[in-house]
Design a protein around this ligand. Structure first.
Ligand SMILES: NC(=O)c1ccc[n+]([C@@H]2O[C@H](COP(=O)([O-])OP(=O)(O)OC[C@H]3O[C@@H](n4cnc5c(N)ncnc54)[C@H](O)[C@@H]3O)[C@@H](O)[C@H]2O)c1
Length: 252
C-alpha cells in the first residue's frame, strides 16, 4: 500500500476546534500530517491533534501561536485559514464597530496568520495555504451584507496572495462552502423562532436539498492542501450542493 499523501507534512488549522476546522484537522491527520489547531477554545481536541490557544484578532498572540505550532510540529507545510465569525443584517443594520470586528477576525485574521506562517511555508517543498471562504462571496444572500463583504475580501485576498507567492512555490486556494451543518448553524437555528422551519428553508435553498457536511468541506480542503493538487493555485472550489452553479426548476 502506498503512503498517505500527507505523510511527513505538517499543518496548522485555525478555528480547528469545531465544525469545518475540526473535520479538516482530523482528515489531514488521518492522511498522515502532523496537525495543530489554533483556536479560541482549543481544549478537548481528540488525539493526535495539538491545540494552541490564540485569537486571530491579536497579532502578538498569533505570532506566538504560529511559532509554537512550528516548534511542536517541526515546521509548517500547510496552513488552513478557517477561523471565522458570522454577522446578520442588511446594509442598514450593523454598527461601525461590528463592521470592524468581523473584518478584523474574518479578513485580517487570515492576514495575520499567513504573515506569521510565511517564513515556515517558504522553507517547505509542499507549501499550501487553503482559506475557508463562502458561497456568500459569489452569490447574493439576503441579510448577510457584512459577512458577505468579508468573504468577498477573502476571495480577492486568496487570488492576490496566490499571484504573489506562485514563484515561491506556495499554492493558495480557497473553498466556498454552501450552508454547512456545523455547530455554527446549530447556534443559528437555536435562535430562530421556528428552528425546524428555518432548517427546512436552508435545506431547500441548496439544489441537493440538504446542508453540506463538514466532512465534505474538509475533503475539498485536504485536496487543495495536498501535493496531489500541485498544479492548482488561485482557485475557489465550491462545496455547496450546486448552489452557485445550478439554476434548477422547482420540483412539482
Ligand atoms: N457553517 C457554514 O454554513 C459555513 C458556510 C460557509 C463558510 N463557512 C466558514 O467556515 C469557517 C468555519 O465555520 P464553522 O461553521 O465550522 O464554524 P464553527 O463556529 O463551528 O467553528 C469556528 C471555530 O473558529 C473559532 N474561532 C472563532 N473566532 C476565532 C478567533 N478570533 N480566533 C481563533 N479562533 C476563532 C471558534 O472558536 C470555532 O472553534 C468560517 O470561516 C465560516 O465563515 C461556514
Amino acid at each position: 500500500m502506498s503512503a498517505p499523501d500527507l505523510a511527513g507534512l505538517t499543518a496548522l488549522v485555525t478555528g480547528g476546534a469545531s465544525g469545518i476546522g475540526l473535520a479538516t484537522a482530523r482528515l489531514l491527520a488521518a492522511r498522515g500530517a502532523r496537525v495543530a489547531c489554533l483556536d479560541l477554545e482549543p481544549d478537548g481536541l481528540p488525539d493526535p491533534l495539538t491545540g494552541i490557544r490564540a485569537d486571530v484578532a491579536d497579532d502578538a498572540g498569533v505570532r506566538e501561536a504560529v511559532a509554537e505550532a512550528a516548534r511542536v510540529l517541526g515546521g509548517i507545510d500547510i496552513l488552513v485559514n478557517n477561523a471565522g465569525i458570522g454577522a446578520q443584517g442588511t446594509i442598514e443594520d450593523n454598527a461601525d464597530d461590528e463592521w470592524h470586528r468581523v473584518f478584523d477576525v474574518n479578513v485580517l485574521g487570515m492576514v495575520r496568520v499567513t504573515r506569521a506562517a510565511l517564513p515556515h511555508l517558504r522553507r517547505s517543498d509542499s507549501a499550501a495555504i487553503v482559506n475557508t471562504c463562502s458561497i456568500a462571496a459569489t452569490a447574493g444572500l439576503p441579510d448577510r451584507v457584512l459577512y458577505s463583504a468579508t468573504k468577498g475580501a477573502v476571495l480577492a485576498l486568496t487570488r492576490a496572495t496566490a499571484a504573489d507567492l506562485v514563484h515561491c512555490g506556495i499554492r493558495v486556494n480557497c473553498v466556498n462552502p454552501g450552508t454547512a451543518d456545523t455547530p455554527w448553524i446549530g447556534r443559528l437555528l437555536d435562535r430562530a423562532a421556528d428552528p425546524a422551519a428555518e432548517r427546512a428553508a436552508l435545506n431547500a435553498r441548496q439544489p441537493m436539498g440538504r446542508l453540506v457536511s463538514a466532512d465534505e468541506v474538509a475533503t475539498a480542503i485536504a485536496y487543495l492542501a495536498s501535493p496531489l493538487s500541485g498544479s492548482t493555485t488561485g482557485i475557489d472550489l465550491p462545496v455547496d450542493g450546486g448552489m452557485q452553479g445550478l439554476r434548477i426548476r422547482p420540483r412539482t
